[in-house]
Design a binder for this molecule. Sequence first.
Ligand code: PGA
Length: 250
Amino acid sequence: MSRKKIIAGNWKMYKTPQQAREFVTAFLPLVADHKRDEIVLCPPFISLIAVVGATKGSNVMVGAQNMHWEKEGAFTGECSPEMLVAEGVTHVIIGHSERRQYFNETDDTVNRKLEVALEHGLTPIVCVGEVLEEREANLTEDVLRRQCSRAFRGISAKKAAKLVVAYEPVWAIGTGKTATPEIAEEAHMVIRHEAEKSFGKEFASALRIQYGGSVKPDNAKSLMSQPDIDGALVGGASLDPQNFAKIVKY
Ligand code: PGA
């Protein structure tokens, strides 16, 4: 089963719209001939329109870092899937650990957002991963199974076709402590198995599972050479066009 790898840059709360445009201007020529993988940039909401405009006609797609599940309403500070789609956004990160940790994102809100993202034709990147205490207590597998099964609840394989999952061990995010390729591979196999339980074998073998957590130019290849690692969700190292291009072209 060959799965096209998906390499996404999660800029978190970095870059003004002007800085975002400058990034794209520098980045596009570096990856212009790169067809092997799907490339996605996920800037903050305020820069989405600028990045969609600057990447138009290129091989780079644009994702949001979050969204609300309602179509519209009195939800101060939120952005709906319709609004994203209307501006040419194609991907959305759902349930990033920083949102779970600081903004009360739960398995249940992840499930609601996933369902709605799929309904709108967005490619959802659902983030799962254990914190350090859970890994040390040997709970990683339980945590991944719980996060996945709850995120996928009530969603059919047909509807979930575009789903992407990102395995992001929380202890590896922004810490410089990358999971070894073996640790990551083991977790990816758990996630694939859980997807099989929810959606069936065929779906699971086609499901793309990214690794995220201190991915850098010098570890990208060893991670992405693992059989079950189908790309990367990159934070810090995606902020610099040269670095991110090196990861894309690992
Ligand atoms: P990092 O972040 O690459 O800076 O560790 C990854 C992420 O949070 O998506």
